[in-house]
Write a protein that binds this ligand. Structure first.
Ligand code: 2P0
Length: 340
């Protein structure tokens, strides 16, 4: 018998991935950039996966957050197929390749609420499988077959997913731009507006955007390439104001594409919009950009800011979005989480 356990944190995109040129291989139409939260013994938002392989298991099995799920799910099978191609029989002395496996995965945050749960989940799964079968080398392309954004959670710090040019996806991989230590005072505050599952899955919604949005191709071809270059420079030079503007503009453009999708996808709600207004008002008041918002496929806000602003920002957020009686920092439906 062999057991491995891994933890993989979520990543928060600052230049968004939206739209695939190949649905089967999960190949994007543009590069994207994100930061991966620190794993820090599971304190931050992450997935934890344990895989057990045994000659005594009669079947392969999968549990997600305590509930048994279908092991034959296409994306899981695609990951396994690709992983099996990379197994070196010499690196696995026992007959482990032929043993059945039991996979048990849990998220310590709301699943499918637009908080990158599939990114952490598949990154963790693929990392654990790679450990189980002693696979070496880059595994971001394997994680990509589970969920596109998962390839970015394979690496820590600032990560770029290069869309690649090849038809087989062999160059559609993630690379680390800089480790977390490069910008040590960067913080993310997550404002949980709504924990329920999102209305439109990202996979289906981006497919509809690809076939109906007239803005998406312009975004991917003419806007994102320049933004990626500028974002890389902003991260490299730790230019927070530039970083923040690019992050907010890209989040807004992604949601504009969602509105340009037909029928449209509404991910943001009234509270999300008030947080956007709050961030701009706060930056105006400070006469410099101190905080940036970004939203994925859900209403929950991710705020990027620097350490010296965190306590003041949280106090003001508590003030602006008056707190309920709860001591758990629930404020008008918003739960504040600070991550490093
Ligand atoms: C991102 N999102 O860059 C963007 C921003 C959501 C909005 O990556 O179909 O769950 O599994 O490749 O990875 C969500 O897309 O979609 C996503 P699939 P995925 O983080």
């Amino acid at each position: 018998m062999k057991i491995v356990t891994c933890i993989a944190p979520v990543n928060i995109a600052v230049i968004k991935y939206w739209g695939k040129r190949d649905d089967e291989l999960i190949l994007p139409i543009n590069d994207s950039i994100s930061s991966t939260l620190d794993a820090k013994s599971g304190a931050n938002m992450c997935a934890k996966t344990t895989i057990m392989a045994s000659p005594n298991f009669k079947d392969n099995k999968l549990w997600l957050n305590g509930k048994e799920e279908n092991f034959d799910a296409v994306r899981l099978q695609n990951c396994l197929k690709e992983i099996k191609k990379r197994i070196n029989p010499i690196g696995n002395k026992e007959d482990i390749i032929n043993w059945n496996i039991h996979i048990c995965s849990e998220n310590n945050f709301p699943t499918a609420a637009g908080l990158a749960s599939s990114a952490a989940g598949y990154a963790c799964l693929v990392f654990a499988l790679a450990k189980l079968y002693n696979i070496e080398g880059d595994i971001s392309g394997l994680a990509r077959r589970g969920s596109g954004s998962a390839c970015r959670s394979i690496y820590g710090g600032w990560v770029k997913w290069c869309k690649g040019e090849s038809l087989d996806g062999s160059d559609s991989l993630a690379v680390q731009l800089a480790p977390t230590s490069h910008w040590p005072d960067m913080r993310i505050i997550i404002l949980v507006v709504n924990e329920s599952r999102k209305k439109h899955s990202s996979t289906n919604a981006m497919k509809t955007s690809m076939s109906t949005s007239t803005l998406l191709a312009t975004r991917a071809e003419t806007i994102v390439p320049a933004r990626i270059n500028n974002m890389e420079i902003a991260i490299k030079t730790k230019d927070f104001a530039k970083f923040a503007e690019l992050t907010m503009r890209d989040s807004n453009q992604f949601h504009a594409i969602c509105l340009d999708t037909y029928p449209p996808c509404f991910y943001l709600n009234e509270v999300s919009h008030s947080i956007i207004e709050f961030v701009h008002a706060y930056n105006d008041f400070k006469k410099s950009t101190q905080v940036a918002y970004t939203y994925d496929a859900g209403p929950n806000a991710c705020l990027y800011t620097l350490e010296n602003n965190v306590s003041e920002l949280i106090s003001i957020i508590n003030e602006v979005f008056p707190t309920s009686a709860s001591r758990e920092e629930y404020i008008k439906g918003i739960r504040v989480k600070t991550t490093e």
